[in-house]
Design a protein. Sequence first.
Length: 505
Amino acid sequence: MKNPPWLSFGLSASLLFAAIPSAAASNESISAAIREAVATTGLKKAVIAVSVCDASSGKSIVSVRGGEPLVPASNMKLLTTAAAMTVLGPDFAFSTRMLLNGDRLTIVGDGDPALGDPELLAASTFSDASGKVHTGMDIEGLLDTWVASLRAAGVRSLREIVVDDRIFVREGAHPSWPKDQLNESYCAPPFGLNFHANSIALSVAPRAGAAPEITKITPQAPWVSITNKGTSRSGKNDKNTVWFARTPETGDLTLYGNVRTKLASPILVPVGDPSLFLAQCLAHRLRAAGVAVATARIAAAADATPSGKPIGPVLRTPITTVLEHCNSESDNLYAECLFKRIAFAKTGAAGSWPVGARVMQGELRARMGRASEAFVVSDGSGLSRDNRVTADGLASWLASVAQDDRIGHRFIETLPVAGRSGTVRKRMKEINPAVALVHCKSGYIDKVCCLSGYVTASDGTRYAFSVLANGLSEAGAVSKAKKLQDRVCALLAEELAGRRSALGG
C-alpha cells in the first residue's frame, strides 16, 4: 500500500516548518520592533500608549502603557459607531417624515444627522414624479420637493408648522466642549431634527474700499440679521481672516475680520436651533409658493404624540451611510446623533449625553468586561477632553467587533483606508495594498493625537491596534506622533508580508 501523499513530504515539510518563525517568536519580534519605535520617537514629555492584539483571538501582542487612561480625541468615534451598529442593527435607517393633521403640518425628527447635508445631497439619487432618476440635489431642491408635495395634496393654508424633535433632549452644546470654539461648524450640537449640518453657509467676497460682500446664503434665510463689521484690505500683509459670530439668544450674525480675496468655499456657522430654522425655511418657501402659513414652531413638551396623514417622501438614511461619513470625515455631529440615538433606542427616553454615556458604558462592559472600568465616557465624538480610554481596551474593543459576525465586516468597511480615503488619505502610502490594508480612525485635539484600527492582510489575517499620544506640547510633537503611528502600522504590514513570504505566498 502506498503512503498517503502528505507523507512523501516528510523531510522537506520539516525543513519548511523549521524555517517559519513560531507565532511566539514572531510576536516577540514585532513587539520588540514597536517598543524600539516608541523609544526612539524623541517625544520626551508626551505620554505614548501602544497596544496591538490578534484580532481573531484578542490575544495581546504588545502593550506599552496600554492600561493607562488617556484622552482619545476622535478615536472615541470607534466606540460610538460600533456601539450604534450593535444597538440599532446594521440594517437600521434613520427616517424623517411629515404628517398632515387638518391645518397642522408636523415634521417628525428621528435624530438623522444627514438630513439636508450638502455633501450627501450632492451625491444622492432620486426619482421625480414621472419616475425619471436624477443625480444630485441641493438644499433648495430638497425644500422645493416638500413644497411641491404639499401643493400636490391640495394644501393652500396651514395654521402651523410644528417640528417635533423630542427624540433628543434639547441640550445645546456639550458642557465640556471648548468654549472658544462653539462658533465653529464642528461644534454644531445635535438635535432630534438636524438640518443642513445644523449650519448656515455664507459666501464672502472683497469689495474695494468697503466692507466685504456676502454673495450667497445657503439655505436662503432673509429673516436672519447680519451685521457686517469686516474689511476688504488688500495690502501686502493683509490676509483672509474673516469669521462670523452668532448671538445665541437671537441667532443674529456678525461678520468680523478681513477679506483679501474671494474665499474658495463658504463659511459654515452653526444656526443654534436647526429644528426651528427648518420650520422657518419651509414656512418661507410655502408662503412664496402661495400657501399661507400662520406660525412655525418646535413641539412643546406638553404636545400630544404627532399624528396625521403621511405626506411627501419619507427621507431615509441608512446607518452605514452615517457611520461611513462619521468615521471617514470625522464628523462630530454625526457621532453625537448616534450617541443620543442609541440612548433613546435602549431606554425609550429622549436621548441625552448622560443617558448616552450610561448606554455606552453598558456596551463597553458587554464586550470588554472589567477592562471597561478604566474608560470614562463624556460624549460620542471625542471633542470633550473628559473622555478617557486605554490603548489595551480600545484594541480589545476593535478585536471584539471584528469577531462579531453580525456587524464586524460591515463596521470595518465604514473606516477610511490609509493612503486612499477620509482623514488618512494622505498617510501610509508606502504600505503596499496588495500586502495589507490599514482601516483606521485618526483623532486630534490640542496636544492629543491618536490612531486606532486594523491592519489586515489579503488572506484575512488581522491585527487590531491603538496608538494614543497625549501631552504633545513640544515643537513638532504632533508630526512625530503621526510618524510613530504610521511606523507601527508599517511594522505590522511588514510582519504580515514576512509571514506570506515564509509560507510561499
